[in-house]
Design a protein around this ligand. Sequence first.
Ligand code: MG
Length: 369
Amino acid sequence: MRPEEIEIRQIRMRLRHPFETSFGVTEERHVVLLSARCGDRVGYGEVTAAEGPFFSHESYQTAWHVLSDFVIPWFLGSDLASPSQFPKLVASIRGHSMAKAGMENALWDLAAKVEGVPLWRMLGGRRDEIACGVSIGIESSPEVLFRKIEDAVAEGYRRIKIKIRPGWDVRVVDRIRSRWPDLPLMADANSAYTLEDAPRLRELDAFGLMMLEQPLHWEDLIDHAALQTELATPICLDESIHSAADARKAHQIGACRIVNVKLGRLGGHTGARAVHDCCQERGIPVWCGGMLETGIGRAHNVALSGLGNFSLPGDVAASRRYWEEDIVDPEIEVTPRGTIFQSEAPGIGYRVREDLVDRLTERHRRFAR
Ligand code: MG
């Protein structure tokens, strides 16, 4: 596979509603997109790095730098037979997994389009219908949160995830539970706690949460293992897992019982697949996390979620929850029973609206072989 041209662009899109986590509020996204061209076939990838270095050290601006100055020139000087060889090519770049994932995923989309097969099938997926959950941010009041939960439940979503932090945790969960005793519910702390908060986190055990996601430090495994021995609620790791080796170590010391698989955090489909397989062998269920993606990143998440061990609903929701107008056609849609069907079209299965992408573009650069 020798794409003759790689394009990197940065677009700007306004979210329909601000999204707040323990890191802060996001109202507008700057998204770096990659495209790889082979004749009339174009593969697309999305960099999921945020506006600032808070989820990880990456931002869309560090991704632009790493991609334009290293990853793209290296790729164009290479001769890879398959996108699965891409991680090796960029292995000497430490970190910057989201930048790498944007490029690698564009190559996967292109490879599937060149072969004329849906990406989810090329990845080895078996699920043609995936279960969807939603992630609801920290809201201005519990009442606003309850309204959003009500809407998501009415739309058929299979589980609700709320974001928590000290001061917005036990009491909020308690009130949700008294209103929805059986709702599949989980909480994501995005590393807002320390081991000293164990007694407070233990109070959450009373509410039958599906899992508590990433309560402690974003690189920690050891303290999570200590916390898991004190909690009945399963811990799910997100930020702490960067590779299959991390997943293996987390399992070995009992740091989690569930893993959130994110393409950006794991460097692309190859790394995500490796974590999926490692967890499957160890009996750890996984689900697909979200990063406020546009339709391109969202479509890659849907394709990834076809793999067999994605047995829990992911944060792969409909385009219209986030965007007035998404950059793919059709938009990602969720059925009334809270699922998304895989597309049988080649590649990611959604047409990229290049006219709209052009209008949203803030900067772009082309690299030819
Ligand atoms: Mg998370």
